[in-house]
Write a protein that binds this ligand. Structure first.
Ligand code: NAD
Length: 327
């Protein structure tokens, strides 16, 4: 019986609908050894021994890991797949699937929470109540400001009605934007430079593929308005953190709201932890109870589909394998 390694921590349960999906399709569910450090490629290779498909978290599937395994499918619980070397997986005939459509509401809610949090000064005002030092310093109002969404895919589009409900004007940059959606939603599409120059808030909703690494750097931060805000619920790799710290320290940026970091968990000596104008979350934006449930089931369903000869087009990243691929 083919074996599915369920890596994502919340899948380590004895009874759950995701298990029913796999087991009723004739697949066995197994877990990594307790405490196994899958960030270590040698450990990951060991845990993949005898495994046909994996429900993956953020561990890295490098060419070496792929070459040492007999994997047929990598099913990511989530939509970011920057930890998987997709070209290498494709060369080896490994289908990569994501759980498209399960977590965009959760991420959008988290991005809005970070935005409201920094605009209303929650990081330091909360601290002031704890310490009894009430400065009661006024901050700008959010209503009437302009938000620039970099990336207008599932999450970017889910941001639009939420931002408009808060009285924000929405502009967006995305080379592959759905122009009909933008027009019907009142979102003006523009270049990245225009967006940076015009937006009071820049919110990132694009993937961390190689060409997007450090998209937000000293130059692009310099183009942002003085007193503007950066929200990143996408990936830490998109932002040069040293340049961000400089911009936050100098006051060029009013604040930042961050769910993701270059290194996770964020090292405890990070200068970001010394700033009171940053509100941070532990890479949790995509995870609410509803998305967790839907993600677990869809990640399993895609594996079951592939095992039973169905092609889950909506979720497949390397669609070029279609037609020739066999379990
Ligand atoms: N923090 C979390 O928990 C969490 C959860 C889910 C997703 N994410 C991140 O959010 C990202 C976006 O997710 P999604 O579901 O909206 O993906 P998506 O594929 O639906 O949309 C991404 C959009 O970004 C656009 N894009 C790519 N490069 C760009 C660039 N240089 N400039 C502007 N736009 C660009 C694409 O054309 C696409 O429309 C994911 O790649 C993932 O890294 C984070």
């Amino acid at each position: 019986m083919p074996r599915v390694l369920a890596v994502t921590p919340y899948l380590r349960v004895t009874s759950h609908p995701y298990r029913d999906v796999l087991e009723s399709a004739g697949l066995e569910v197994v877990f990594p050894a307790e405490g196994a450090n899958l960030a270590d490629p040698a450990v990951l290779i060991g845990q993949l021994h005898g495994i046909d498909a994996v429900i993956a978290s953020t561990e890295r599937y490098t060419p070496e890991v792929l070459a040492a395994s007999r994997l047929r499918v990598i099913s990511r619980t989530g939509v970011g797949y920057d930890a998987i070397d997709v070209p290498a997986a494709t060369r080896r005939g490994v289908v990569v699937v994501i759980t498209a459509g399960t977590n965009h509401h959760s991420v959008a809610e988290s991005a809005i929470a970070l935005l409201l949090g920094v605009y209303r000064g929650l990081p330091w005002r909360h601290y002031e109540v704890h310490t009894g030092r009430w400065t009661r310093r006024a901050l700008p109002r959010l209503m009437g400001k302009t938000i620039g969404l970099v990336g207008l895919g599932r999450i970017g589009r889910a941001m639009v009605p939420r931002c408009q409900g808060l009285g924000l004007k929405v502009i967006a940059h995305d080379p592959l934007a759905d122009a009909a959606f933008a027009a019907s939603s009142g979102v003006r599409l523009c270049s990245l430079d225009e967006l940076l120059a015009e937006a009071d808030v820049v919110s990132l909703h694009l993937p961390a593929c190689a060409e997007n690494v450090d998209l937000i750097n000293a130059r692009t931060l310099g183009r942002m308005k003085r007193g503007s805000v950066l929200i990143n619920t996408s990936r830490g790799a998109l932002v040069d953190e040293d340049a961000l710290v400089d911009a936050l320290r100098s006051g060029h940026l009013m604040a930042a709201g961050l769910d993701v970091f270059k290194i996770e968990p964020l090292p405890l000596d990070s200068p970001l932890l010394k700033l009171d104008n940053v509100l941070m979350l532990p890479h949790i934006a995509g995870l609410d109870q509803e998305s967790q449930e839907a993600t677990a089931i869809l990640a399993a369903q895609s594996i079951a589909d592939l095992y039973q000869g169905r092609w889950p087009s909506e979720c497949v990243v390397n669609g070029q394998l279609r037609g020739e691929w066999r379990w």
